[in-house]
Write a protein that binds this ligand. Structure first.
Ligand SMILES: *[C@@H]1O[C@H](CO)[C@@H](O)[C@H](O)[C@H]1NC(C)=O
Ligand SMILES: *[C@@H]1O[C@H](CO)[C@@H](O)[C@H](O)[C@H]1NC(C)=O
Ligand SMILES: *[C@@H]1O[C@H](CO)[C@@H](O)[C@H](O)[C@H]1NC(C)=O
Ligand SMILES: *[C@@H]1O[C@H](CO)[C@@H](O)[C@H](O)[C@H]1NC(C)=O
Ligand SMILES: *[C@@H]1O[C@H](CO)[C@@H](O)[C@H](O)[C@H]1NC(C)=O
Ligand SMILES: *[C@@H]1O[C@H](CO)[C@@H](O)[C@H](O)[C@H]1NC(C)=O
Ligand SMILES: *[C@@H]1O[C@H](CO)[C@@H](O)[C@H](O)[C@H]1NC(C)=O
Ligand SMILES: *[C@@H]1O[C@H](CO)[C@@H](O)[C@H](O)[C@H]1NC(C)=O
Ligand SMILES: *[C@@H]1O[C@H](CO)[C@@H](O)[C@H](O)[C@H]1NC(C)=O
Length: 381
């Protein structure tokens, strides 16, 4: 994906004609297919040039010092298909900046300093297919930011989280912690949503509920601990869901029940394949054989499986019952069974059972079927 971003606007075409009437310091070309490309890259602009030819099709103003896209910046440009203002200092997009552009297909604002998008920023653009907002400084997205965009199929609101910036604890970019309810409402054609590298802590079950065309959802490198019940239930087209690099500790077994097209489900990075074998997506429980002797299983903050043993047992998988302090409860005393490695408790005071707890804790009944079924279904995991 990142390489795609980097070359998003690569124009492979032969320039045939030079267009007259070009803004100062910009180069204007006519592409072989007849479209006009206005190239104002890397010219030290602090505002967007005003006098673009009205038949411009592609405008790029990358690598400048522009801070604001003013209302009407691209007024009356009926043929405009692509606007790119990347690697600049944009912090403000006035509402109306992209008004009345019936042929606009792609807005690319990659790497700027946008912290807030007013409702209506992207509105009523009937052919708009892609909005790139990666590597900005957004902290939230409000409802009404994306309205009347019936063709929008790709939305990129990610940050980079490469190892270098992580190791330095400086990963500049979007840090979206909240997505307002209804923020993606109406985006019935949205197929790709990139939200990686933000600060989301929860997947709220109203956030994605309208995205019935969504195929690819990237939520990697957030702080997500919880997926609310029903969060993905309406994503009937979803093929790939990647949530690596979050803080999930468990996922309920019915979370993906309705995602009949799901093929690539990537949830936890620190889990070993062998752990997964004996782990279900049911509450916090694992296959009965993972933690032995009635121990119950959960995940630590790395996602690794850990066992909590019932009284009488210790060890990483509760497989050790030799005489350790505390192995016999309620005053019972321990002696080693010479025929095996097991210990034997002699109970006092009416307590009974192997560890003198009266009744050994029940082994939790769990449904091991679901994860196995998942693995079979999504064997590409
Ligand atoms: C544009 O070109 C003119 C000369 O034609 C120059 O004086 C000016 O500094 C250039 N840069 C900008 C950002 O307009
Ligand atoms: C550009 O402006 C000229 C003169 O106003 C007009 O004749 C022409 O139709 C316009 N072209 C487009 C593509 O809007
Ligand atoms: C989920 O979103 C709804 C609607 O915005 C909100 O009322 C609810 O509090 C959110 N749930 C959590 C756990 O944040
Ligand atoms: C989501 O799906 C449920 C049933 O699975 C349905 O009742 C609900 O209306 C759907 N929500 C939207 C916003 O489509
Ligand atoms: C959304 O999540 C809440 C909290 O987990 C739950 O009470 C509610 O039933 C869920 N809504 C849907 C539509 O699943
Ligand atoms: C999910 O687990 C619960 C027990 O926690 C079980 O009753 C239910 O049948 C399971 N659902 C599926 C789809 O396996
Ligand atoms: C998982 O459970 C099976 C028994 O169903 C057992 O043979 C296997 O060793 C277990 N794997 C791990 C990693 O504990
Ligand atoms: C518990 O199991 C581990 C490996 O799974 C093994 O190394 C250890 O010796 C076992 N301990 C006892 C007391 O059986
Ligand atoms: C050990 O085994 C012998 C013979 O198999 C049996 O008679 C004895 O009761 C066992 N001892 C214990 C403490 O289980």
């Amino acid at each position: 994906m990142y390489s795609k971003v980097a070359v998003g606007l690569l124009i492979i075409a032969v320039y045939t004609d030079v267009v007259l009437l070009c803004p100062n310091n910009c180069s204007c070309y006519k592409l072989q297919d007849g479209r006009h490309h206005i190239d104002c890259n890397n010219q030290g602009f602090t505002t967007i040039p005003r006098n673009f030819p009205n038949d411009s099709s592609i405008i790029s103003v990358d690598l400048n010092y522009i801070t604001t896209i003013e209302e009407g910046a691209f007024q009356d440009m009926q043929l405009l298909t692509i606007v790119a203002i990347r690697l600049s200092e944009l912090s403000t997009i006035e509402t109306g900046a992209f008004r009345a552009l019936p042929n606009l297909i792609n807005i690319d604002l990659y790497t700027n300093r946008i912290t807030i998008l007013e409702p209506g920023t992207f509105k009523d653009l009937p052919r708009l297919a892609s909005i790139e907002l990666g590597s900005n400084q957004l902290v939230t997205i409000q409802k009404g930011t994306f309205v009347d965009l019936p063709a929008l199929s790709s939305l990129y609101v990610y940050s980079f989280t490469d190892l270098f910036c992580k190791s330095q604890d400086i990963c500049p970019g979007n840090e979206i912690a909240t997505l307002q309810k209804g923020v993606f409402q109406g985006l019935s054609q949205l197929q790709e949503l990139y939200l990686s590298g933000n600060s989301l802590t929860l997947v709220n079950n109203s956030t994605f509920e309208t995205l019935t065309s969504l195929i690819y959802l990237l939520l990697t490198d957030n702080l997500i601990t919880t997926i609310q019940q029903g969060s993905f239930q309406n994503l009937s087209s979803l093929v790939t869901l990647n949530m690596i690099g979050n803080k999930l500790t468990f996922v309920k077994n019915d979370t993906f029940e309705h995602n009949i097209k799901l093929q690539y489900l990537i949830l936890l990075s620190s889990l070993q394949e062998s752990d997964l074998d004996n782990c279900t997506f049911t509450d916090n429980s694992c296959h009965p054989d993972y933690c032995l002797n009635g121990g119950s299983c959960s995940r630590d903050s790395n996602g690794d499986l850990i066992c909590s043993c019932v009284v009488g047992w210790t060890g990483a998988k509760c497989n050790d019952s030799s005489c350790h302090p505390g192995i016999c409860s309620n005053g019972g005393s321990c002696s080693q069974n010479l025929n095996s490695s097991d210990s034997v408790c002699s109970c006092v005071g009416g307590w009974t059972g192997a560890a003198c707890t009266g009744k050994r804790e029940n082994v939790k009944e769990i449904d091991n079927g679901i994860y196995t079924a998942f693995r079979r279904k999504y064997s590409s995991l």
